[in-house]
Design a protein around this ligand. Structure first.
Ligand SMILES: C[S@@+](CC[C@H](N)C(=O)[O-])C[C@H]1O[C@@H](n2cnc3c(N)ncnc32)[C@H](O)[C@@H]1O
Length: 304
């Protein structure tokens, strides 16, 4: 069964009320959305997801769980949610983004997101996206590979792994997950580095996924849309109602830094109240039942 990350904490912070409008930028399997919909009992749930399969699944699940709630699909990037809401004449009382990937995606070998499953080096959350991991691995300069593995993967062997990728692609194309994972493992072994806690491919795969899906660029665009709405700037359609609660769950320090800066700026400007003066992390019980929740960080504000 799919258990949404930090579900009780999200519900407590968003505090759904009957008749409200909830905008979920990362519908996934619809776990958070169904719970918020149930708590509202009436109103509207707007669902966005880059992955059409997940969006369809989430929409069906939410509608089945909450028949009295209007379910609106906003296919694609959450950065476009202001336009989807405006198109339907809605303003959100709650916004959630639960960043990253869903289990349906990582468990499907054809998506190439998992180093433990043989598959094409794809990694796109949106199957229609313009860039695959194989294209990055084949064509980006070694220095750029090093940069993303260091910055997005936080791998201390970034330079060595980038060099090993560059050498390997000179011998023949790198097209599968296992080929790339083996290059990372060999790099660690050659450095005499025994990675005991995680597979040496973990960080390189994370870096490529973030680059393929422009995850930081998309998050910045969403945060800009929130900040612009809170300041009443006419850069996007008005999409947030006064008093809107905005919650973001991130899994990477670079993501959390962007969220902290944007939300901190709104609070400092007197445009929002900080709902998480203490950043919210998962409990020990949740961490043991759902290992992915270990790196989750939840921040939230309420617009004025
Ligand atoms: C962690 S899952 C969300 C799980 C969801 N909260 C639930 O309870 O089932 C993340 C989802 O966000 C989607 N996603 C990631 N980045 C996105 C973006 N920029 N725009 C829209 N959807 C995105 C992924 O395709 C994935 O389905």
């Amino acid at each position: 069964m799919h258990i949404p990350v930090l579900l009780n904490e999200v519900l407590a912070l968003l505090a759904p009320a009957p008749g409200e409008v909830y905008a979920d930028g990362t519908a996934g399997l619809g776990g958070h959305a169904a719970a918020v919909g149930r708590a509202m009992g009436s109103g509207a749930v707007v669902l966005a997801d880059l992955d059409p399969g997940n969006l369809a699944h989430a929409a069906a699940h939410v509608q089945q769980q909450t028949p009295a709630v209007r379910v609106v699909q906003a296919p694609g990037n959450f950065a476009a949610m202001p336009y989807a809401l405006a198109q339907h004449g809605l303003r959100a009382n709650m916004v959630l983004a639960d960043l990253g990937f869903a289990s349906t995606q990582v468990d499907d070998p054809n998506r190439g997101l998992s180093f433990s499953r043989e598959g094409p080096l794809d990694m796109r959350l949106d199957p229609r996206g313009p860039l695959t991991a194989a294209q990055i691995v084949a064509s980006w300069p070694e220095a750029d590979l090093e940069r993303i593995i260091r910055d997005f993967g936080e791998d201390r062997l970034a330079r060595l792994i980038a060099r090993r990728i560059n050498q390997a692609r000179g011998r023949g194309p790198i097209t599968t997950t296992t080929q790339l994972a083996d290059i990372c493992r060999a790099a660690y072994a050659s450095a005499g580095n025994r990675e005991r806690t995680i597979d040496p491919a973990t960080r390189t795969f994370q870096a490529l996924r973030i680059a393929v899906n422009d995850e930081l660029g998309n998050l910045s665009a969403l945060l800009d849309a929130v900040v612009d709405a809170a300041h009443g700037r006419a850069t996007a359609p008005p999409w947030l109602a006064p008093g809107c609660r905005v919650a973001i769950i991130s899994f990477h320090s670079l993501e959390d830094r962007l969220v902290k800066q944007a939300m901190g700026g709104l609070v400092a400007a007197g445009r929002a109240d900080d709902l998480t003066p203490e950043i919210v992390r998962s409990s020990e019980a949740e961490q043991s039942s759902n290992p992915r929740s270990r790196s989750a960080k939840l921040r939230a504000v309420r617009l004025r």
